[in-house]
Design a protein. Structure first.
Length: 167
């Protein structure tokens, strides 16, 4: 999908779902701004079987960043009534602050036209400054604030309008 030197961003191959499930868990579990319930329930949503089901329904729903044959990050999204809901994106600690998150978001943006959508939306924890910075750099706008929401946490809501690909 997108390539930059030794960094490649591509759709998840079903054969790699187990590796990516472990990658997702390795990023989510250490996040201190989520409570244990949130970390455990969110990790469970992205088992190997569930990731395979997601890409069977929508091949662009799980994008993977690979650096020198090593999984470095992921972007998980879902088509939602003319919109793309960006449910998670993240990179392993080793590959943070190298622009991989922004590359994943750019690759996601490139899927919008074929998925018949016009906007990407997502949320971040109000204290997740790293994700907020990446979203802002990728052109997302903060449009809302939910208090005591999912898992009892506070969130910001973000959106980015994307020109659909020509039909």
């Amino acid at each position: 999908m997108e390539e930059n030197g030794d960094l490649t961003v591509a759709r998840l191959n079903p054969d790699d779902a187990d590796i990516v499930s472990r990658l997702v868990a390795s990023v989510i579990q250490p996040l201190t701004y989520y409570n244990a319930r949130a970390r455990n329930e969110e990790t469970a949503k992205y088992s190997s079987v569930k990731l395979q089901a997601m890409i069977a329904e929508d091949p662009d729903s799980v994008l993977i960043a690979v650096v020198d044959n090593e999984p470095a990050g992921f972007c998980i999204s879902k088509y939602d009534d003319g919109l793309i809901w960006l449910s998670w994106f993240g990179t392993t600690e080793r590959f943070r602050k190298k622009g991989i998150g922004k590359k994943l978001l750019s690759a996601l943006e490139n899927t919008v036209g074929t998925r018949r959508a016009h906007k990407i939306w997502c949320d971040t924890r109000t204290d997740n400054l790293a994700s907020q910075s990446v979203l802002q750099a990728a052109g997302f706008t903060r449009v809302g604030h939910f208090t005591n929401h999912w898992y009892g946490h506070d969130y910001f809501i973000w959106e980015k309008y994307v020109e659909p690909a020509p039909a």
